[in-house]
Design a protein around this ligand. Structure first.
Ligand code: C2G
Length: 691
């Protein structure tokens, strides 16, 4: 038997599948795999599992492999080749971190599927090809849950040479949901510092030369992270802080090291921090860490504009009083004057018994469309910071900036921006959006909301699990943005008036194309690309149609519109209120976007153009239900099917709409057009009583 792979398994079946696939496809047969299944109800810890595995191992080499980590095809075989070059040494495989599943890394589903992970060697037992003769009598200390590698690895460093290779990669999975499924290194625990120090001291008693040196490096890394709260990539780490109470146990742990070993640390800041902690001077250590962090994050000689604005927000704006009468509105991060915040505002300016004042976060060119008297702030400016810090009531349809501080006397009403078809946040397995820390960041931001608006029972149910939002914080009041669609009115007359206002042909069939964004077409923050899915001359297949293109606010670039439709199309992606486009059109073409829940209110034909359905619904994002079963319109995959569907007469869509309407208010929400009124009343009731 050449290789024993020891896998401590605690939970995370989907991770274990990737882990075992890497072994199955590892290209090496002479192995035994020992999975040590820890009892989730009475976990004994990773040290216990690894020790039980060691007791059963028969291979010449041992490889510790965490159940949430994996190898790519053929890499076990390559690891063995490397190991057999130095049979008496420990072969250190290249360690990389990834936020994604094994298939996503193999298929390169996103531009950056992994990153270099700099884990001190004494803190990692994984990704090492260890000759069993070096460790057959060694065991991991089982008394603590964390850091059991320290004594084990220090002992190994003292008795063996280590050969580093970069030809074979061990992928360490960073869990993207540390709220519900933290990895061991992400767990929040009040005993981490104490356990680190306890085992560090034990390891320091073992370390004489290389072990002691590596321990010192590990301590520098550990305390720098603890002092700067920089505990893991993408903000996915835990947030323990050093306190005065920790000083004695830290001092004792570091005293196990020869001070000269600390003095030899190359990194000046880490060396100074350890020296301060060695002397029990936490304040001095903190000061050094702060300067280190400021220098590391500072952009340019005097820091960036954003850093100065943030300093203004934290040091000045947050010290100013909250203006209870001021209501702050923002839609789509200040891009559009639209969505439910618009309709809440417009109800407010007509019905304002509490004499509220208003301020809109909106970019300059969007201000003209805003009626009534209100202030304007441009996102990201000092005035924006002041508005966020001082408004008594905040109404937004997106997540607020992650640096926003919720203050006493502030009331945050989150309207969100649609009834979800695509899986959201904690209901997503993989997160391909730009920030791998999305779930944790989302969780922290959404805890600052006083209430989250829901348009219907279906959304209420989803928001509870997708956002981990307690039911009592979900206000199911209907969608203010739908009031206009639900208000009775002569559809033909409205259509004609809007077409004249928007400069659209009155005598053609107007098709509104409103797709959503694609998570993996990332261009920059909040900017995703989309190649229009229409071939040259596609418009000629449509009978007497005019096409409105309405891209999602995350998407930019409309190449191909003219080629596909010639003069028979217009791009209205920047238009404020999509309701006008709904009301002016005869039919909607969309995909996985939530727009169809709104458009269905009009009872007009809807076609679902799911040209990338398998990728989007399957790997990329996932959907809450089978579109073919519940969507109020046909799902088409090809352009010919789309053209055929668009050319069909309205009556042929009736069965889809009847099936959808049979769901009643489950999807459609309240039948009346008073959601704006209900929301304003709700805000006024809650704000006066709760604040
Ligand atoms: N929207 C738009 N134009 C589009 C697409 C969307 O104006 N081409 C607006 C609609 O009001 C829509 C909202 O943005 O309801 C959300 O857009 P989605 O395409 O559904 O995508 P997303 O922003 O990811 O929101 O609960 C809703 C989900 O969170 C999806």
């Amino acid at each position: 038997m050449k290789l024993s792979i020891i896998i401590p398994y605690y939970r995370g079946e989907q991770f274990l599948r990737d882990c075992l696939a890497g072994i199955r496809e590892g290209g090496y047969e002479d192995i035994e795999v020992i999975v040590c299944d820890d009892d989730p109800m009475d976990p004994r810890g990773v040290a216990f599992s690894r020790n039980r595995g060691l007791e059963r191992a028969h291979g010449d080499f041992v490889l510790f492999l965490d159940s949430d980590d994996f190898f790519l095809p053929g890499d076990i075989s390559r690891a063995m080749e490397e190991a057999e070059k130095n049979p008496d040494a420990v072969t250190v495989l290249d360690l990389k971190g990834t936020f994604y599943c094994r298939d996503a890394v193999i298929e390169k589903r996103v531009p950056k599927t992994f990153f270099e992970l700099d884990l001190p060697i004494v803190q990692r037992a994984v990704g090492l090809m260890i000759p069993i003769k070096l460790i057959s009598e060694k065991r991991f200390p089982e008394r603590f849950r964390y850091y059991s590698e320290l004594p084990f690895m220090t002992e190994l460093l003292e008795c063996a040479s280590f050969v580093f290779t970069n030809g074979v990669t061990y992928y360490k999975r960073i869990h993207n949901d540390p709220v519900n499924n933290p990895s061991l290194s992400q767990e929040e625990s009040p005993v981490r510092i104490e356990q680190f120090c306890g085992l560090f001291l034990e390891a320091a008693g073992i370390g004489r030369s290389e072990g002691a040196r590596q321990l010192a490096l590990c301590a520098g890394d550990f305390f720098m992270k603890a002092l700067t709260n920089d505990n893991s990539p993408a903000g996915l780490g835990r947030s323990e802080h050093l306190t005065r109470g920790d000083v004695p146990v830290i001092k004792k742990a570091l005293s196990g090291l020869d001070i000269n070993v600390i003095k030899e640390i190359a990194d000046r800041e880490k060396r100074k921090i350890l020296r301060a902690l060695y002397d029990g001077r936490l304040g001095k250590a903190r000061g050094r860490a702060k300067r280190y962090l400021f220098k590391k994050k500072k952009k340019g000689l005097f820091g960036s504009k954003d850093q100065w604005r943030l300093a203004f927000y934290r040091k000045i704006a947050l010290r100013m009083s909250v203006k209870k009468e001021l209501v702050f509105f923002e839609s789509f991060n200040g891009d559009l004057y639209g969505d439910s915040p618009r309709y809440i505002y417009e109800y407010y300016i007509e019905n304002n018994p509490a004499k509220r004042r208003f301020v809109w976060s909106i970019k300059k060119e969007g201000r003209a469309a805003i009626p009534g008297s209100c202030g304007f702030v441009k996102p990201g400016t000092l005035r924006y910071m002041l508005a966020l810090a001082r408004a008594g009531i905040l109404v937004s349809n997106m997540r607020q900036p992650s640096w926003y501080v919720k203050r006493k006397g502030q009331f945050f009403f989150e309207t969100w921006h649609g009834t979800p078809l695509k899986r959201l946040v904690f209901d997503m397995d993989e997160v391909y959006t730009a920030s791998p820390g999305y779930k944790k960041i989302f969780y922290d931001q959404s805890r600052k909301w006083d209430y989250l608006l829901s348009g219907n029972p279906y959304s209420t149910d989803i928001f509870e699990h997708a956002f981990m939002m307690p039911k009592e914080k979900i206000a199911q009041l209907g969608y203010p943005r739908n009031d206009r669609l639900k208000a009775a009115g002569d559809p033909q007359k409205t259509k004609e008036e809007l077409r004249k206002k928007l400069g659209l042909p009155v005598d053609k069939k107007i098709v509104l194309y409103a797709p959503t964004w694609r998570d993996n077409k990332f261009k920059g923050s909040g900017d995703y690309e989309m190649k229009l899915p229409f071939e040259r001359g596609f418009g000629e297949k449509l009978k007497d149609c005019f096409f409105i293109l309405r891209l999602h606010y995350f998407v930019s670039g409309t190449d191909g519109l003219k080629d596909a439709f010639g003069g028979n199309a217009v791009d209205m992606s920047a238009y404020d209120d999509i309701n006008d486009l709904y009301l002016a059109s005869d039919m909607l073409v969309t995909d996985y976007s939530s727009v169809f829940f709104d458009y269905a209110i009009l009872g007009r034909p809807i076609v679902f153009y799911a040209y990338d359905g398998d990728e989007y619904a399957g790997e990329l994002r996932g959907l809450y239900f089978d579109m073919e079963k519940y969507c109020p319109g046909p799902v088409v995959r090809t352009q010919d099917e789309l053209a055929e569907a668009i050319n069909k007469d309205t009556d042929s869509y009736k069965p889809y709409l009847e099936r959808y309407n049979a769901m009643g208010d489950f999807f459609g929400g309240p039948g009346d057009a008073q959601a704006s009124e209900r929301v304003v009343r709700f805000i006024e009731e809650q704000y006066s009583t709760e604040m």
